[in-house]
Ligand binder design. Structure first.
Ligand SMILES: O=P(O)(O)OC[C@H]1O[C@H](O[C@H]2O[C@H](CO)[C@@H](O)[C@H](O)[C@H]2O)[C@H](O)[C@@H](O)[C@@H]1O
Length: 277
């Protein structure tokens, strides 16, 4: 029995219909863009321990291996690009978007090919001030810690108690306001970047890149994500695209699944639909 039949019973009829319509558009390039944490990899306390579920891993690899000429795979994450490439081990040919759009790259047979990220002297200075402010925000607050990225700093509070979380988040928000930066609130994280980025803008750029790559003006996008920052990506989707929310929470997405293994079932279904054409 194929994967398609193994998993179909888990997915809502409306989603199955939408997936089949998505795959059936012969004239368009199809971009399957996937968030990483909370979408393919269940959330864990230690971000360096994140990994895709076995089903998600298999589904991503299978889709990457069998992607038809007009199908492209992308990973769109808040993670630093190199970290994303390490954790996602993307199939060759995949596009990668890191740091919510500040970093881009491509998975080649020789590894990650990244577009260098360059900050101005002023942005460097702001990043230094931001890092110092967030380090100060977590000082003495048990369980709260700061993750440093090339153009951002992230306050993590997953392991902190309510009081320490509230105080650290308040301090992070104040630092962002003082430095004229936007604070992005995700799941137990506050991410502050010195570059203006969003997954929505990144996805719009990626749609253009894929259009050029495949040689068509029509690119349909399937985007799957679990967090508030993924809503920016859902917001730029158009008629004929498919938005898939993973897990609980308010969303713009018309379709929802519970977790990474359901995302795997979605990818398996898509692959079967591509193969059937
Ligand atoms: O866009 P994503 O791929 O979802 O990345 C967003 C953030 O993911 C990581 O944090 C989240 O996952 C951690 C590991 O499961 C979890 O501990 C944390 O609470 C989550 O917010 C990553 O550490 C961040 O840098 C990303 O921005």
């Amino acid at each position: 029995m194929s994967d398609r039949h193994d998993h179909d019973h888990d997915l809502a009829e409306t989603l199955l219909g939408a997936l089949d319509r998505f795959a059936a558009d012969d004239g368009a390039a199809l971009l399957v863009a996937l968030d990483f944490d909370g979408t393919l990899a269940p959330l864990v306390d230690d971000p360096t321990a994140s990994r895709m579920t076995p089903a998600a891993r298999d589904a991503v690899d299978a889709l990457g291996a069998t992607a038809a000429e007009r199908v492209r795979l992308a990973f769109v994450s808040g993670r630093d690009l190199e970290d994303l490439a390490l954790r996602a081990a993307p199939p060759v040919g995949s596009y990668l978007v890191g740091s919510h759009g500040a970093q881009t790259g491509h998975a080649t047979s020789d590894g990650l090919e990244a577009v260098p990220l360059e900050l101005t002297a002023e942005e460097h200075e702001t990043l230094t001030a931001l890092r110092a402010a967030l380090d100060e925000a977590v000082s003495g607050r048990e369980g709260a810690w700061v993750q440093h990225k090339p153009s951002a700093a992230v306050l993590h509070t997953r392991l902190a108690g309510t009081e320490d979380t509230e105080a650290a988040v308040e301090a992070a928000d104040a630092a962002a306001a003082r430095l004229g930066l936007e604070a992005m609130h995700g799941k137990d994280v506050v991410e502050i970047a010195v570059l203006h980025t969003s997954k929505g803008e990144a996805l719009e750029r990626l749609r253009d890149v894929v259009g050029h790559d495949v040689g068509t003006g029509r690119v349909r996008v399937l985007y799957a994500g679990d967090d508030t920052t993924d809503e920016k990506a859902f917001a730029v989707l158009e008629a004929g695209d498919l938005a898939l929310k993973v897990g609980d929470g308010d969303t713009l997405a018309p379709h929802r699944v519970a977790g990474a293994d359901d995302v795997a079932a979605v990818l398996d279904r898509l692959r079967a639909s591509f193969g059937a054409r």
